[in-house]
Design a protein around this ligand. Structure first.
Ligand code: CAO
Length: 433
């Protein structure tokens, strides 16, 4: 009897096949794991619902599957299946129970990560991508442990468990051996990787899975870090009058109205400067030969969420009022924190602002959200004594950090651009010009 084994309801629209544990010709036992799936919230091994000989495997590692996707066909004796009663010809196994979840996150699953964090063809290849051809037998917790350490289970030659199953100790011994040999397990574009350390030899440890957003953002940040020659320029803007006006405006607002933060003025000051310096509203073409200038003004705002950093985009900010921007950012950052942003909410940005001003800081070096060419970092405004030529005056000074892609923007251009942003913030009447 030919049994079709399909993906059951796994609680997500789509999950990744991270490992295929059998191949055509293998004999499988009832309940034996045949593939490992990984979604936003959990990883799981899918058990075979029949004992017999695998005729064909229809998926491979890296495939995305959903409920009903055909995984494998198994030639089995009628009494060796979990389904009853067995039909005479082909039996569809659409709902085998998902096996042991190996990792669960308490946090709500984000609907999607930042568009900027989408994996690209140049994403670093790490050694924990298990060889597609070799079949390894290990429990979900051991697989998770190996993945967290960046260990390719396909390279672990000793499986001291039953029927050669790889145990946690086998992974630890592999890491120790690799370290002793001085071989780093991760190599990115020829750059020596960070050696893997078995921290458990020094004390208790706990391995926590990174959220999908963090993993994707991490890939993107590493890619940008390796590809862009970045320079960060620091300066301060005098926002004493701007702040007085902002406080006045908020004083006029009803209790339930969205308050205006300094960020709205920063957005406006930035856009006015981008109009004067078109190279800041640009991207480098893929071949590095041309600059693509944009005639629209969309600003990405880095938003801190429990799952990691996301960058919703405020569109056409040049044609929106300060009040409209405040309402839109409040809506988008709430959506971001609930993990409800859609891909469209995060696409089409021209330049990004990363504001830590609500938290603190005096300066930092934000990483450009490529293919954008610049990012403006903001930290906490502070009252400072400023010399006006005759006396020290108390002025509210806002620290700004501009990181730019040096292939597109020269140092002097960066400094001039920042001077205009500062001027716009110090005298917001200029935003009318
Ligand atoms: N100086 C002094 N006070 C500031 C300030 C600054 N530069 N920026 C904000 N504040 C104040 C606000 O006025 C507000 O004060 P009240 O509570 O008295 O109203 C308070 O800090 C909180 O502001 P906020 O952070 O809620 O609002 P915002 O508009 O400034 O920022 C948002 C919105 C979504 C950008 C922010 O909440 C956020 O997520 N920031 C983190 C971004 C991040 O993680 N960046 C790092 C990325 S790594 O490159």
């Amino acid at each position: 009897m030919l049994i079709e084994i399909k993906v059951p309801d796994v609680g997500s629209a789509e999950v990744d096949v991270v490992e295929v544990l059998v191949q055509a010709g293998d004999t499988v036992a009832l309940e034996q794991s045949i593939i490992t799936l990984e979604g936003d919230k959990a990883s799981m091994e899918l058990p075979s619902t029949a004992a017999g000989v695998v005729q064909q495997v229809h998926v491979k590692a890296g495939d995305k599957v959903s409920e009903g996707t055909l995984i494998a066909t198994v030639l089995a004796a009628e009494q060796q299946t979990t389904s009853e009663p067995a039909p005479s010809k082909t039996l569809e196994q659409t709902a085998p129970p998902p096996a042991t979840p190996i990792s669960k996150q308490a946090e709500p699953a984000p609907s999607i990560a930042s568009s900027s964090a989408a994996p690209a063809a140049t994403a670093p290849v790490t050694a924990n991508e298990t060889s597609a051809t070799k079949i390894v037998h290990a429990s979900p917790s051991v697989r998770l442990f190996a993945r967290e350490l960046g260990v390719d289970l396909g390279k672990v030659t000793t499986g001291s468990g039953r029927k050669g199953r790889i145990l946690k100790d086998d992974v630890k011994n592999f890491v120790k051996k690799t370290l002793a040999e001085g071989t780093p397990t991760t190599v990115i574009a020829g750059i020596p990787g960070i050696p893997v350390v078995d921290f458990s030899v020094f004390g208790d440890i706990e391995v926590q899975k990174l959220s999908k957003i963090k993993r994707l953002t991490g890939q993107n940040l590493s890619r940008v870090w390796l590809n862009l020659p970045m320079v960060t320029y620091h300066d301060e803007a005098d926002i004493t009058e701007m702040e007085a006006f902002r406080v006045e405006l908020n004083g006029e607002k009803a209790k339930d109205e969205v308050k205006i933060t300094g960020l709205m003025f920063i957005i406006k000051a930035l856009v006015a400067a981008m109009k004067q310096f078109p190279s800041f509203n640009a991207s480098l073409s893929g071949d590095g030969e041309n600059i693509i200038l944009k005639r629209y003004f969309n600003i990405g705002i880095a938003v801190d969420t429990p799952n990691g950093l996301v960058v919703p985009v405020l569109r056409d900010v040049d044609s929106k009022s300060i009040n409209q921007l405040a309402v839109e950012l409040a809506e988008k950052s709430a959506k971001a924190r609930q993990g409800k942003l859609l891909p469209n909410d995060m696409q089409g940005g021209c330049i990004t602002i990363s504001s830590l001003g609500g938290i603190g800081g005096t300066s930092f070096t934000p990483i450009v959200n490529a293919p954008e060419v610049a990012i403006l970092g903001v930290t906490r405004a502070k009252m400072q004594p400023v010399w006006n030529g005759k006396e020290f005056m108390p002025r509210l000074m806002l620290p700004l950090d501009l990181t730019y892609d040096h292939r597109v923007i020269d140092g002097a251009e960066g400094a001039r651009f920042m001077a205009v942003v500062k001027q716009n913030l110090s005298d917001i009447r200029r935003l009318l010009l």
